[in-house]
Design a protein around this ligand. Structure first.
Ligand code: GUN
Ligand code: ZN
Length: 426
């Protein structure tokens, strides 16, 4: 039985609606066998006879739950920061050729480890991940996550039309591969499977239909895809799927829209699509850096909240420009500013931790420091750079300090990442 104690400042969100958090200026986090055993003010531990000297003590550090990224593409580390073109050009010019390399299993295996290490460096301990259309490359990603003990949800990309032949599957073959991976990895350790039709543009009607049937057969799998990202994409999807009333309907028709479905982007949804998405309980992944980088548009976060749609926060690397959820929170703030809404630091932090866990139905395991949850946590260092040290020194509240971290922080802010109580990075 392993037993570790950490003494530092501690911050975690205890409720997202209404938004509530606990901030301990001098707190202790007790971890036993990879789970949260206890949390509270150091004074309370002292009074109970606990020997505080056994704690790893870092008074300046801020302990927070590991970040959760609800939409990211593992092979796209290779094309992050690729110049020019909006979505459809960018896919054809950079993304599809890069993903074709993952037919090479050795390349896929080393890249999977590099991807997960980069996530952990950024403080992301859980993610919902698009692999590539290759069975073996996806298998390697699961293998690497299992090795690291990470709670990860991923899926083999389903795409049987409108891309390079090297990365196309077939409607029937793609589903068979997905089922093989479900049987091997879904529910294995901390891993889960997401049925992953890339988007309606690259899946035939038959593939979407079979994907819906697969989800029905394995109802506790997740579904992930893209929706309403770019105006040209929306027009193109309408041509490819002429029997649909709008973009969302291309997924609805095949029962791919439900509480376990995560739709990346959702920037240009119509009022009807928003109402139907809310009714079905489908989740949105807000990808601010990607949406700015590809010029896709500015999500109206406040409108989606008014519509009572659950919005999570995601990087969408490699259209997104950073794996850091701190930077992504900062980008979300800027996008919201451009839509007339000032996203608070606590709101952004809540999304990146407990809120994203709730969107993924993982909040019984992760997202905050409730006793019994899995001990995925970070040590954030407000003094990581001279600038952050100077600016944080002038912060008077934890809200202000957190806002500074999400405005100028990044991987450097993450001094240590723990997965199930084990130090994984650096
Ligand atoms: N739509 C379909 N595929 C992709 C992708 O890889 N990235 C983004 N941003 N949008 C997509
Ligand atoms: Zn994406």
């Amino acid at each position: 039985m392993s037993n570790e104690a950490y003494r530092a400042r501690i911050l975690h969100v205890t409720s997202t609606n209404p938004l509530r958090y606990e901030y301990l200026v001098d707190g202790v986090l007790l971890v036993e066998d990879g789970k949260i055993k206890d949390i509270g003010p150091a004074q309370r531990f002292l009074q109970a006879g606990f020997h505080l000297a056994v704690c790893q003590h870092d008074p300046d550090y801020l302990i927070v739950p590991g970040f959760i990224d609800t939409h990211v593409h593992s092979p796209q580390l290779d094309i992050i920061g690729s110049y020019g073109g909006q979505l459809l050009d960018w896919l054809n010019k950079y993304t599809f050729p890069a993903e074709a390399r993952y037919a090479d299993v050795t390349y896929a295996a080393t890249s999977a480890v590099a991807f997960l290490d980069s996530l952990l460096d950024a403080g992301t301990t859980t993610a919902l991940v698009f692999a590539t259309s290759h069975l073996q490359a996806t298998d390697q990603l699961f293998e690497a996550a299992d090795e690291k003990g990470m709670r990860l949800i991923a899926g083999k990309v389903l795409m049987d039309q409108n891309a390079l032949p090297e990365i196309l599957d077939t409607a029937v073959g793609g589903i068979a591969d997905s089922e093989t991976l479900i049987n091997k990895w879904h529910g294995a350790g901390r891993l889960g499977y997401a049925i992953t039709p890339r988007f309606a543009g690259s899946s035939s009607v038959q593939q979407l239909q079979l994907a819906g049937e697969l989800h029905k057969k394995y109802p506790d799998t997740w579904v992930q895809t893209h929706l309403s990202e770019n105006r040209d994409e929306i027009d193109w999807v309408a041509q490819i799927h002429p029997d649909t009333s709008d973009y969302l309907n291309a997924y609805e028709k095949y029962e791919l829209v439900g509480e376990r479905s995560v739709f990346a982007h959702c920037i240009h949804l119509t009022e009807s699509e928003r109402a139907r998405l809310a009714d079905a309980g489908g989740k949105v992944a807000f990808c601010p850096s990607s949406n700015m980088f590809l010029g896709s548009g500015l999500l109206d976060f406040k409108q989606l909240k008014r519509d009572e749609i659950d919005v999570s926060l995601a990087t969408d690397v490699g259209a997104g420009t950073s794996l850091s959820m701190l930077r992504t929170m900062g980008d979300a703030y800027k996008v919201c500013q451009l839509r007339g809404y000032s996203l608070s630091a606590m709101e952004a932090f809540a999304m990146s931790t407990l809120g994203n866990a709730q969107c993924l139905h993982l909040d019984k395991y992760i997202g905050n420091f409730e006793v019994g949850k899995e001990a995925d946590f970070l040590m954030l260092d407000p003094n990581a750079t001279d600038l952050s040290s100077r600016r944080t020194g002038l912060s008077e509240t934890i809200e202000d300090e957190l806002f500074v971290m999400m405005t100028i922080g990044d991987e450097r802010t993450v001094a240590a990442t723990y997965v199930e109580g084990n130090l994984t990075r650096p």
